[in-house]
Design a protein around this ligand. Structure first.
Ligand SMILES: [Zn+2]
Length: 583
């Protein structure tokens, strides 16, 4: 997701005030009156119901006709499934506030008594069991008022905004709650359909950029219908975007020999800024293709659309609402972050929300890495230092059990922003430890499921945390379980205890539950740089009393630093004072 800085600031503020009232400043003065969504619809992921595991989601054909004045949706979903094992029911997720008028199976209407959607879990009883390997096409006609986002993209749903000159400007952002906010889906990271066709019918004054390839635009009198087709889209990365857009188009000639279409859909009037941002696309593609591997959707497009919310990694149509800023780093961090999710999120997708750091830890590490690629070490370390100042280490990044999205993102019960910042800093540490060649080899294997990706020889796939740990073992030939055990599965960071006794420096890692942590550490004594192996978590070094001693002078190892906690505490107090004064 596009959590990053704005989310962090908000979460940080809420946490420091210890009350949800802190969110009040960010939510509309009058929260919109709308029927509440059910608990089932609110959440995303968790343990997938057995009926959903029994089917492969082959195809979703989604027809959307919004009534912009009424802020309603009329929709038809034609969904094709193949039974992985015999099943007598199809179970889907759909916000029960969207009324279903009728459902048909393989073209035949189903009696209303055979399906129900009391709480957001739509259960369709099949007239006859579907045998293993057989296909079923279910068509669902539904509509109503889709849930309106209170604070997109963090509290998701539909955004019915207006441009400065009063024209409709509509977007969706549903990562937190899931695809079931506007179409009948399997609201789980592993619920990706193999193929999705979206048809969006809008007035001719508006455009509807979408996921994948534009198949055609059909004339319908005063309206026109945009038909888009996308392969293996991530469930929450399917989006609607409607507005008075113009489009910039170009071709990127990849080092892999293919040509990648680039599109930037921007609001009319923003041409100059959009051109500036569009100008950054080729360099970003260069970076990712050089450092990670082929752009995963080169036969579709690199796409960006201007949105009324900050951003989201919508597959091949990244949501961009960062306002075209200039930055001391020379690139737009938000676009670079969302774009990184085409590799980390859309090409390699977490198997469970518990593995979300695979999207966000890697996705966040890509900004310092891009800074280093563009301008060297100064931006790289500057961004890492900023990330370091925000690590909370209150909960482990990975819980080791199936999670709902909100459990991961709730700072009071889960890792929240640590999946971003601590994840990124852990990857920096890993890279220093195993070297660039091995590090990028592990990343490539994680992303593509193979060491030699070329356009056409890979497809989006799922991966777990354990998959990545196994890859690191394979590539390095070393068992680095101790590394991941501490950084991913423990809340507290390792702490380096240092005692300068006489002419000896005694070093010892303090790790939760005294776990093994043989992390080598560099120490500069006077003008000499030493590497202390720290076998068994301990090490000693000759260092004359009074000599200059710098621990980890090249900032290689993520570790507990008391001044960071003090800084965070101080910031908390300052913000509390400010909030009190503002009352
Ligand atoms: Zn993200």
């Amino acid at each position: 997701m596009t959590i990053l800085r704005p989310r962090l600031l908000t979460l940080g503020l809420a946490a420091l005030l210890g009350t949800s009232a802190a969110f009040a400043a960010d939510t509309p003065a009058k929260p919109l009156a709308q029927p509440p969504i059910s608990e089932l619809t609110q959440r995303s992921g968790g343990v997938m119901p057995a009926e959903q595991r029994r089917v492969n989601f082959d195809h979703a054909e989604l027809h959307f006709t919004p009534d912009i004045a009424k802020q309603t949706l009329d929709a038809t979903a034609r969904l094709t499934f193949t039974a992985r094992e015999a099943t007598d029911a199809l179970v889907l997720d759909l916000d029960h506030n969207l009324a279903i008028s009728d459902i048909s199976l393989d073209g035949k209407p189903l009696a209303a008594s055979t399906w129900s959607n009391p709480d957001g879990r739509l259960r369709i009883q099949l007239p006859a069991p579907l045998a293993k390997g057989s296909k079923a096409v279910v068509e669902i006609h539904y509509g109503g008022k889709p849930h309106v986002a209170q604070r997109a993209p963090w509290d998701g749903g539909f955004v019915w905004a207006k441009t400065e000159d009063g024209q409709p400007w509509i977007a969706t952002a549903v990562e937190g709650e899931g695809c079931d906010l506007f179409w009948p889906c399997i609201d789980h990271p592993q619920g990706k359909p193999d193929l999705v066709d979206t048809y969006i019918t809008v007035p001719k004054t508006l455009a509807a950029p979408g996921n994948g390839v534009l198949v055609d635009i059909k004339d319908e009198g005063e309206n026109h219908t945009y038909h888009w087709r996308a392969k293996h889209p991530t469930t929450y990365a399917i989006s609607l975007n409607i507005g008075p857009f113009d489009v910039l188009k170009g071709d990127y000639h990849s080092r892999y020999g293919n040509t990648i279409p680039m599109q930037m859909w921007y609001l009319r009037g923003h041409e100059a800024q959009a051109k500036q941002l569009f100008g950054e696309f080729p360099r970003m593609l260069d970076f990712f293709e050089e450092q990670i591997g082929p752009y995963p959707f080169g036969d579709e497009k690199m796409g960006v659309v201007e949105t009324p919310h900050l951003g989201m990694e919508h597959q091949t149509i990244n949501a961009y609402g960062n306002g075209y800023p200039r930055s001391e780093y020379g690139f737009d961090w938000l676009l670079q972050h969302e774009f990184s999710h085409e590799w980390f999120g859309n090409q390699v997708t977490n198997t469970d929300w518990d593995d979300m750091w695979i999207h966000e830890g890697f996705g966040t590490y890509m900004q310092p890495l891009y800074g280093q690629y563009l301008y060297g070490d100064m931006p790289y370390f500057s961004m890492l230092q900023n990330e370091r100042s925000m690590v909370k280490d209150a909960y482990p990044i990975v819980a080791g059990r199936s999670q709902f999205e909100h459990e991961v993102y709730d700072a009071d019960h889960g890792p929240a922003n640590d999946i971003y910042y601590k994840g990124s800093l852990m990857l920096h540490t890993l890279r220093q430890m195993i070297g660039d060649k091995a590090f990028f080899e592990t990343v490539r294997r994680l992303v593509y499921g193979r060491p030699d990706p070329k356009p056409g020889n890979f497809a989006p796939h799922y991966a777990t945390t354990k998959d990545y740990i196994d890859i690191v073992h394979q590539v390095t030939g070393k068992d680095l379980g101790w590394f991941f055990d501490v950084y991913l599965y423990q809340a507290a960071l390792p702490k380096l205890d240092m005692k300068h006794e006489g002419n000896v420096l005694n070093l010892r890692w303090e790790v939760p539950q005294n776990k093994p942590f043989p992390m080598p550490i560099e120490v500069q004594v006077g003008e000499t740089l030493h590497t202390v192996p720290m076998t068994n978590g301990e090490g000693h070094l000759d260092a004359p009393a009074g000599a200059l001693v710098i621990i980890d002078p090249r900032s290689k190892v993520l570790r507990d630093l008391p001044h960071m906690a003090e800084f965070q505490q101080w910031k908390k107090e300052q913000a509390a004072k400010k909030a009190k004064a503002a009352k």
